[in-house]
Ligand binder design. Sequence first.
Ligand code: KIV
Length: 282
Amino acid sequence: MSTTSTISKESQSAAPRKKMTVPNFTARKGGEPLVCLTAYTAHVAHLVDAQADMILVGDSLGMVIHGMPNTLGVTMEHMIMHGQAVMRGAEKSLVVVDMPFGSFEESPEVAFRNASRIIKETGCTAIKLEGGREMAPTIRHLAARGIPVMAHIGLMPQQMNTAGGFKAVRDEDVWEDVIADAKAVEAAGAFSVVVEGVAEKLADKITRNVGIPTIGIGASAQCDGQILVFEDMIGLFPRVPTFVKRYGNMEEMMIDAISRYAGEVRDRSFPADEHTYKAKKS
Ligand code: KIV
């Protein structure tokens, strides 16, 4: 079993890649689609790093790792601990850490204090925060003080209580508001924007209306890049929205491994000879 300090830094991809910077990420607007995934542990970050342009330490970790019903209970300490783990495994990808609910809404000053703490204590490059026009002054404050901000508009999981759940944005009546959010976060200095849970036509309009990369989740192929939650993508989380494609079924593999282990412990076929230390003559 490898520990975080023994993680190999060899890339699994053929072509060597340079470390992704914020300007290089933004320059991919309209170009080759940006590959983004979440990660919460060092080894998963190492595996994802071989392919991804950006790794997000998302506050979805509250749900997929810590078993919370939503993301509202996630704390700064959760984000920093998982951010540190991911930074030990990632080498080339841009690492972005989410600001948890309650850590940035109060004022630009509070947001700066918490965002700078995340950057200092994890070594990540940028932070992400949920919000559109109402967060523009905060984004401007952070970006002007050396903190790259990825915004997050459309379906905002941290606003689930006011929205009445995780509601996709499909109703054409509110499209202009979401487009205004996208323009506002760009004008405030966000280097990119996550667009979650919106109708394809709206994703297309947003992408064509801003000069920063749009990263879609449940927002169609019209975005400049895509992101999924790692556990959803590999089939390790039971409830997934319709927009998730499962590229594996890790849950099945784990259930099988656990039950074979339990059987072999019970019938004493594990540990076998090859797993057993023999006495050494001194
Ligand atoms: O927390 C998260 O994983 C996210 C993604 C859904 C974009 O914000």
